[in-house]
Design a protein around this ligand. Structure first.
Ligand SMILES: *[C@@H]1O[C@H](CO)[C@@H](O)[C@H](O)[C@H]1NC(C)=O
Ligand SMILES: *[C@@H]1O[C@H](CO)[C@@H](O)[C@H](O)[C@H]1NC(C)=O
Ligand SMILES: *[C@@H]1O[C@H](CO)[C@@H](O)[C@H](O)[C@H]1NC(C)=O
Ligand SMILES: *[C@@H]1O[C@H](CO)[C@@H](O)[C@H](O)[C@H]1NC(C)=O
Ligand SMILES: *[C@@H]1O[C@H](CO)[C@@H](O)[C@H](O)[C@H]1NC(C)=O
Ligand SMILES: *[C@@H]1O[C@H](CO)[C@@H](O)[C@H](O)[C@H]1NC(C)=O
Length: 354
């Protein structure tokens, strides 16, 4: 994706809307992309997928996570090994070492996302305590679907408001509680067929923006065409005014979900699992694929996974002026939200003059 640099439009931005102005606090980019993430190094004991999420060293050695010639981060499923019956296929799950507080925004710009039968990738965030600290799913798809789905997962009492200001009319479920509907979450689908899968790659990828604000959580999707991406996000935006992004694709206002009550600082996560509770669910699987998820795909031809990779240009995180945005390292598990600041080992206060 080649995008014109429009520095003037960045410089001319006036903070017209209070609390909508964010400045960059962290970026994951180029040869240092993987430096500040933890590799899971365990089998998928979270969603029952048929993968082993490799260590950092295995990921490097087997080129399952690396920087390609274009300078982009690749995370992928092993597509060279014939997996024995009963075994797991190697894949990648990484989460940021830092956590980001309410009052932050993150952008990921991707040119390819993993897809294919049995494949279940996501770019999302989670608190140390789950579900009490909340989960925000920015990007998720399974098998051969064509549209991205977005969701929140929380403790009881958070719902998607009928008054949400969003462009998507595809609201799949409204109760965000992990205890409701088999932990489906409150799901909104991105209503464009190039927001996932082969269509996403064919269009040159796209950009997802997630705003984690006390007034609500919003997600924007922009395809890679120049007309789609707001000028403020073209080039290397050092600040973002959400009022310049237009109406979000999905929005969960605090009126039906008090963000500060249901969400704690979030770590960002990329993962690719196979089959498991969602992609491998019989009804879901048969909607876009044939055969048996594990038998015919995971232990089938390794080339089933030639498209099971993320290619990420960057991830950038932004914070609000004067707010505590980045919590370095993993905060210890929190018994009570009020204990948060006492338990944080180190914290970085971000003060930007607008
Ligand atoms: C999953 O495995 C990791 C690493 O061994 C462990 O720390 C974690 O507690 C396990 N989680 C579950 C839900 O079993
Ligand atoms: C959500 O709704 C859309 C539109 O009806 C549908 O295409 C999609 O499959 C649904 N997603 C889920 C996870 O049910
Ligand atoms: C990309 O987004 C633009 C602006 O929203 C839209 O006009 C165009 O149809 C989209 N392209 C594709 C392939 O969806
Ligand atoms: C953005 O920043 C990166 C790293 O600092 C640099 O390599 C790249 O050329 C910049 N891109 C633009 C469009 O300025
Ligand atoms: C969600 O918002 C609607 C409209 O404001 C309101 O009628 C409803 O009671 C709210 N539901 C919850 C669970 O807060
Ligand atoms: C594995 O997939 C990559 C693309 O992710 C492709 O370039 C490569 O040729 C594939 N390897 C094999 C052995 O098919």
């Amino acid at each position: 994706m080649v995008r014109p640099i429009l520095l003037s439009s960045v410089a001319l931005l006036a903070p017209a809307v209070v609390h909508a102005q964010y400045s960059q606090v962290k970026e994951y980019l180029g040869s240092s992309f993987f430096d500040d993430w933890n590799f899971y190094n365990n089998y998928d004991n979270l969603t029952s997928g048929n993968v082993f999420y490799v260590s950092s060293s295995t990921a490097g050695k087997d080129q399952l996570a690396y920087i390609n010639d274009a300078g982009n981060a690749i995370m992928r499923v092993d597509n060279t090994t014939k997996v024995a019956v009963g075994g797991n296929r190697n894949s990648v799950r990484i989460s940021t070492k830092d956590h980001f507080t309410v009052g932050s925004l993150w952008i990921t710009d991707m040119v390819h996302v993993p897809y294919g039968c049995s494949v279940w990738p996501a770019f999302w965030s989670s608190a140390v305590d789950w579900p009490s600290g909340g989960e925000i799913d920015t990007f998720e798809g399974v098998n051969q679907v064509t549209m991205n789905q977005m969701a929140l997962h929380t403790a009881n009492g958070c719902t998607h408001s009928p008054n949400a200001v969003q462009t998507s009319t595809l609201v799949n479920s409204t109760d965000c509680s992990t205890a409701a509907n088999g932990n489906q979450g409150c799901v909104v689908t991105t209503p464009t067929t190039s927001s996932y899968g082969a269509g996403f790659a064919a269009d040159g990828g796209g950009m997802f923006v997630t705003e984690f604000a006390s007034s609500g959580i919003s997600i924007w999707f922009f395809n890679a065409s120049r007309s789609s991406i707001p000028s403020v996000l073209q080039g290397n935006a050092s600040s973002v005014d959400t009022s310049s992004l237009g109406t979000p694709t999905a929005n969960w206002p605090s009126s039906n979900c008090t963000i500060a009550e249901f969400f704690q600082p979030q770590a960002l996560v990329f993962d690719i699992t196979l089959c498991g509770e969602f992609a491998g669910n019989g009804n879901v699987f048969s909607e876009t694929c044939t055969g048996v998820c594990y038998d015919d795909w995971v232990i089938g031809s390794p080339s089933n996974y030639d498209n099971a990779y993320f290619e990420v240009q960057y991830v950038r995180v932004y914070g609000q002026s004067g707010e505590l945005t980045v919590i370095s390292g993993a905060p210890r598990s929190l018994g009570a939200r009020t204990g948060l600041l006492l338990l944080v080992a180190t914290a970085v206060g971000i003060l930007f003059a607008l």
